[in-house]
Ligand binder design. Structure first.
Ligand code: C5P
Length: 401
């Protein structure tokens, strides 16, 4: 899959840089060619000699190195690759990327490249959660940057939390996704996934049991067929796939905004379990028990229906709009009615009644409802459902663009 692919690997200045020789080795094992670019801070953690020995290539370090410019200018270097990977992507590198800085070789290459960029963030948990990093990440997502990780776990600084760089093999998988070639190459597909959280007050919210497993598997399967996937996810318990554009949201209203911002697309698949209701009025302070002990009355307002909204778009409607229907009884009749009501092309219907163990489980039994009727698939894993559905989507879109 990676044979002959050229990867420009930019190594930022974080302790996770010590994993990059292993990453290079694993990429090379798979036939990829890796050109390392080491930032000044990165060189504090891993030496150019180690990297060039493992990569079997020259390591680029400085912007104004005349020999480098004579051999290969920085513009050419940024374009000769099939994919630019930043690992570890530190808070500082992400800020530079979001701000459009070009004051050293790494940031200049990132500004000059015409190729896709995949970042593997790595930083202290506080830095990852900092409002500035959140803002920068949102900007980078909007720019179409792909991500892998970070993971949760113990950190070199002694703290625990989100911010560990993905392991080399996870980064390799994300790179394979980002470079995947297949019948969906050149197609942009939006996938929604996970539950939404609708705040009741600053500390409470309405949620549901969706894990995001099916939507995540689907995004991964579409990406493996070469699609350019924008993955709009609520607060799911399953981590998002690597190598796709991830947009994280909480509420249904935010999910609709994110989907609209991601359009145009060739197809849109709405696998999210969106809350139907939100609080009618925002409550900015915690609702307290009152002296009488009477429970509060919550007033709800209807959430936008993202599937129906996108299905009903005139100009700019994706050619294929797919909805999901989680039903507990009369699955086919209800899902067929839902397809008509929402105006989508296909409904993927599943029986989520408790006895099936599907909600939150690893298996699914779905029926695909299209204009032509209902096609019931046997029970299989959610990954298999995803691969089969992705193949069917590729067929419907007519293969390569
Ligand atoms: O109406 P119901 O929730 O059963 O419909 C399920 C389908 O509609 C799913 O594809 C879901 O993602 C989508 N949906 C939506 N926006 C909503 C509610 C549901 O996109 N507000």
């Amino acid at each position: 899959m990676l044979a002959g692919k050229r990867i420009l690997l930019i190594i930022g200045g974080g302790i996770a840089a010590f994993k990059t020789p292993d990453l290079i080795r694993r990429l090379k094992e798979r036939g990829a060619e890796v050109t390392p670019v080491l930032t000044r801070a990165g060189a504090e953690f891993v030496t150019p000699l180690t990297l060039s020995a493992v990569a079997g290539q020259k390591v680029y370090t400085e912007l104004f190195d005349l020999t480098d410019e004579a051999e290969m200018g920085h513009i050419e270097l940024s374009r000769a690759a099939d994919l630019v990977v930043v690992a570890p992507a530190t808070a500082d590198l992400m800020a530079k990327m979001a701000g459009g800085h070009a004051n050293d070789l790494a940031s200049t290459l990132l500004m000059a490249t015409d190729k896709r960029v995949l970042i593997a963030p790595a930083m202290n948990v506080r830095m990852w959660d900092h409002a500035a990093t959140r803002r920068n990440l949102a900007t980078l997502m909007g720019d179409g940057i792909l991500t892998v990780g970070p993971n949760e776990g113990d950190m070199a600084c002694g703290e625990f939390g989100n911010g560990r760089m993905s392991e080399p093999l996870e980064i390799v998988t994300a790179i394979e996704m980002a470079l995947a070639d297949g019948p969906l190459k050149g197609r942009h597909i939006v996938v929604t996934s996970g539950p939404t959280h609708e705040p009741i007050d600053p500390v409470r919210y309405i949620a549901n049991r969706s894990s995001g497993a099916q939507g995540t598997a689907l995004a991964r399967a579409l990406s493996a067929l070469g699609a350019d996937v924008t993955f709009v996810t609520g607060p799911a318990s399953v981590p998002p796939p690597g190598g796709v554009r991830v947009v994280r949201v909480d509420t249904a209203a935010q999910m609709l905004d994110a989907v609209q911002a991601a359009l145009p697309a060739d197809a849109a698949v709405f696998a999210a379990a969106v809350a139907d209701w939100r609080m009618a009025d925002a409550v900015h302070s915690k609702i307290k028990k009152d002296a009488s002990g009477a429970p509060p009355t919550l007033a709800f307002a209807e959430n936008p229906d993202i599937l129906a909204t996108v299905s009903g778009m005139g100009d700019g409607r994706p050619a294929l709009v797919v909805g999901f229907a989680a039903e507990t009884d009369d699955v086919i009749a209800n899902a067929t009615a839902k397809r008509a009501r929402k105006g989508c092309d296909w409904i993927v219907a599943n029986d989520v009644s408790e006895a099936t163990g599907i909600m939150g489980g690893t298996e699914n039994a779905v029926t695909i409802i299209t204009e032509g009727g209902a096609d019931a698939w046997p029970r299989m894993t959610k990954d298999e459902v995803a691969r089969k559905l992705a193949a069917r989507i590729a067929e419907a879109l007519g293969g390569a663009a």
